[in-house]
Design a protein around this ligand. Structure first.
Ligand code: ADP
Length: 247
């Protein structure tokens, strides 16, 4: 277990008695809830089978499992990029089963996402990649300039505003992707194998950054099959195997 990820003053929730409730005490509020979720793609085996889980507000949880276990499917369902075949998903009390397509943008404002392959726009600067979302939302240029600079500083990319993604290292590119994901102040940050293209030192840096973001209040759900990270973490690990949860 690596304690270097956690500042001394921070008590990891897994070690705190947060799942032992005093009678009458309210359980922690849920940010994401899945009830008996099954997902079957056209013509395939179920990618998720009867998955029931809860991620609390403010939690940092990992989803582990080998390739094909259903991790990306779970993330795509939370983003409403795919719809469940059976079951229910609630994200910050929004029932995704009943969510009409016109309300999907409202869901996606609550949820930032980063991927293994960064998905940055190669012909736009770092600043422009991060600013894009705020521009689409119609924010004022003066606000955008201030907010993007603040977020880039938070992710450790101060002074890199005018660089283009292909000129950055993998770790820096993932930081840009994280900046882009959090610039709209989402409630939840989903990370789908965010360190899959990085060596172990950069992987630890990115996990540390995700934890800082979590400590500032964002609920973080990170899918990974990186064994070092899974062994070192003191956070809850939700294990998926062939579409089933083995918590
Ligand atoms: P993981 O992220 O853990 O590697 P995935 O969620 O990508 O797992 O995949 C789970 C299963 O669903 C795999 O068997 C995969 O082949 C299948 N699958 C994923 N996406 C699709 C799709 N768009 N169409 C059909 N099958 C898919």
């Amino acid at each position: 277990m690596l304690t270097e990820f956690a500042p001394a003053a921070f008590t990891p929730p897994d070690r705190a008695p947060r799942r032992t409730f005093v009678p009458g005490e309210k359980p922690p509020a849920a940010m994401i809830q899945m009830f008996n979720v099954t997902k079957v793609y056209a013509g395939g085996q179920p990618a998720l089978r009867d998955v029931t889980l809860k991620v609390d507000k403010g939690e940092f949880a990992l989803i582990a499992g080998p390739s094909g276990a259903g991790k990306s499917t779970l993330i795509r369902l939370i983003l409403c990029e795919e719809r469940v075949t059976n079951g229910q998903i609630l994200v910050d009390r929004l029932n995704l089963r009943r969510l009409p397509a016109r309300r999907i943008p409202a869901l996606r404002r609550k949820v930032g996402v980063v991927f293994q392959d960064f998905k940055l726009l190669a012909t736009r600067t770092v600043f422009a990649n991060v600013a894009l979302r705020l521009e689409i939302e119609g924010a004022r240029p003066s606000f955008i300039a201030k907010k993007v600079r603040y977020i880039l500083k938070r992710v450790g990319l101060e002074g890199r505003e005018q660089a283009f993604p292909p000129h950055l290292s993998g770790g820096e590119q993932q930081r840009v992707a994280i900046a882009r994901a959090i610039v709209g102040d989402p409630l939840i940050l989903l990370a789908d194998e965010p360190t899959g293209n990085l060596d172990i030192d950069l992987t630890r840096d990115i996990v540390r950054l995700l934890r800082e973001i979590n400590q500032a209040g964002t609920t973080v759900l990170m899918a990974t099959h990186n064994q070092e990270i899974l062994q070192e973490t003191d956070r809850r690990v939700i294990r998926l195997n062939r579409g089933r949860v083995e918590e």
